[in-house]
Ligand binder design. Structure first.
Ligand SMILES: [Zn+2]
Ligand SMILES: [Zn+2]
Length: 138
């Protein structure tokens, strides 16, 4: 995993959706936040989306409810709560990582933004954070 947060190794972090139907616990290491301004993220979340990440095998569900998965492209799907709509997860096919939205964690004090992608395709009204490193050099 790129940009793992050393302090999160061996620790666990709890989170869940807005309505509480879905709760999860994930074991570190977590990855720093990457912001994404692609057209899929803008359309699905309303604005830019961003996520930390962890190894998918390190994620456990604490509730019986599970995310509903929406296939947003040929290569990835997004997990959200079908009750409250919280968009918490993103996973690419055949990748060992699951992306987790920072806001899904009960506390996200351990995270910071490490980079962003697709900034150049964002509409003129944004995005904020133009001082953040463009990882795609776009
Ligand atoms: Zn919910
Ligand atoms: Zn995106």
């Amino acid at each position: 995993m790129e940009q793992p947060i050393a302090e999160t190794e061996g620790r666990s972090f709890d989170g869940g959706c807005h309505c509480g139907a879905i709760r999860f616990r994930v074991q570190g290491p977590l990855r720093q936040i990457l912001m994404c301004h692609c057209s899929d993220c803008l359309k699905i979340s309303g604005t830019s989306w961003g996520a930390s990440a962890a190894r998918a095998e390190n994620l456990d569900w604490l509730t019986e409810a599970r995310p509903r998965w929406y296939r947003s492209s040929d290569w990835a799907e997004r997990g959200f709560c079908s009750e409250c709509g919280s968009q918490m997860f993103y996973r690419m096919d055949d990748r060992p990582l699951i992306s987790i939205a920072p806001g899904a964690f009960d506390s996200s004090e351990m995270l910071s933004v490490a980079g962003q992608i697709f900034r150049s395709s964002h509409p003129a009204w944004g995005p904020v954070g133009s001082e953040i490193t463009d990882l795609d050099n776009g």
